[in-house]
Design a protein around this ligand. Structure first.
Ligand SMILES: NC(=O)c1ccc[n+]([C@@H]2O[C@H](COP(=O)([O-])OP(=O)(O)OC[C@H]3O[C@@H](n4cnc5c(N)ncnc54)[C@H](O)[C@@H]3O)[C@@H](O)[C@H]2O)c1
Length: 261
């Protein structure tokens, strides 16, 4: 699908990989809704995009993807500003590290597992179902295509580390949901693909001490550095524009395979 002139929703666009993807889609001519639970960050990213690509190109929409009312309000605001969306980039997500049996011998708190699965899996599904229902009503474009959707998994979907049960479970569920959702939405001309990133230099990663960042980077076979958010954004944009990509999960990790810890 061509990006030019079409409307995109990017969740988690207030920071990191989502922010870079919002910038890249705007650079390629899309109108971008910057969806994030953090309003201040969303407004800053939207202002940056408008400054770079012209007023009205981006709109900030605060929402919690796990809350349907908040999500519907954000989608309505985005649609009023830019018209119906043909792209949904699901990038919002959270991490956690918790051993199932803690050092104190106690069981891990269930709330932590539920919170991570709720944001990463159920929040992604929530945004996807609302987007898909609206997108399915749009006029088809070339090849009968109506829209495209991205999930953001992680290499932890395959090689989760010690303490990553919740994160890995939520991300491998996105991997598992990719093909059935692509098959489901084929009749509506909506494609679904997933990126499974390795280690990327986002604000989250930059909070780690420099030596830890360096040792993580050194564990990547080639290139032995953290991924750049722009590299994720390039692949996200390629998925949008390459109509034959569908139902696929792509690792973007410099051949990284995570060690147990
Ligand atoms: N950075 C990495 O190395 C890496 C690796 C693999 C996967 N990922 C995945 O990529 C995605 C983006 O990661 P990042 O590093 O850019 O993180 P980040 O923390 O910089 O950005 C995530 C954004 O999501 C938003 N968000 C969180 N919960 C939300 C909710 N309930 N509703 C709406 N917005 C919400 C946050 O406010 C934040 O702005 C995540 O899904 C993460 O799991 C990141």
């Amino acid at each position: 699908m061509k990006t030019q002139g079409h409307s995109a929703l990017v969740t988690g666009a207030g920071s990191g990989l989502g922010e870079a993807t919002a910038h890249e889609l705007a650079r390629l001519g899309a109108k971008v809704a910057v969806l994030d639970i953090n309003l201040a960050n969303a407004e800053k990213v939207a202002a940056d995009i408008n400054a770079a690509h012209g007023a009205g190109r981006a709109v900030a929409c605060q929402c919690d993807i796990t809350d349907t009312t908040s999500l519907q309000a954000a989608l309505a605001k985005a649609s009023a500003a830019h018209g119906p969306a043909r792209m949904l980039m699901n990038i919002a997500g959270i991490g956690s590290a918790k051993r199932i049996v803690g050092k104190d011998g106690n069981a891990a708190p269930l709330e932590d597992f539920v919170r991570v699965v709720n944001v990463n899996l159920i929040g992604t599904y929530n945004a996807s179902r609302l987007f898909a229902a609206a997108c399915a009503k749009l006029e088809p474009l070339e090849d009968g295509e109506r829209g495209v959707m991205l999930f953001t998994a992680s290499v932890a979907a395959y090689d989760g580390q010690v303490g990553q049960q919740a994160y890995s479970a939520s991300k491998s569920a996105l991997v598992g949901m990719t093909l059935p959702m692509a098959r489901d939405l084929a009749q509506h001309g909506i494609r679904v693909c997933t990126i499974a990133p390795g280690l990327f230099a986002t604000p989250l990663m930059k909070t780690l001490p420099e030596p830890v960042q360096q040792s993580l980077a050194a564990s990547i076979p080639f290139p032995a550095r953290l991924g750049k958010p722009e590299e994720f954004a390039q692949l996200a944009a390629h998925i949008v524009t390459n109509t034959h990509l569908n139902g696929e999960v792509i690792r973007l990790d410099g051949a990284l395979r995570m060690a147990p810890r």
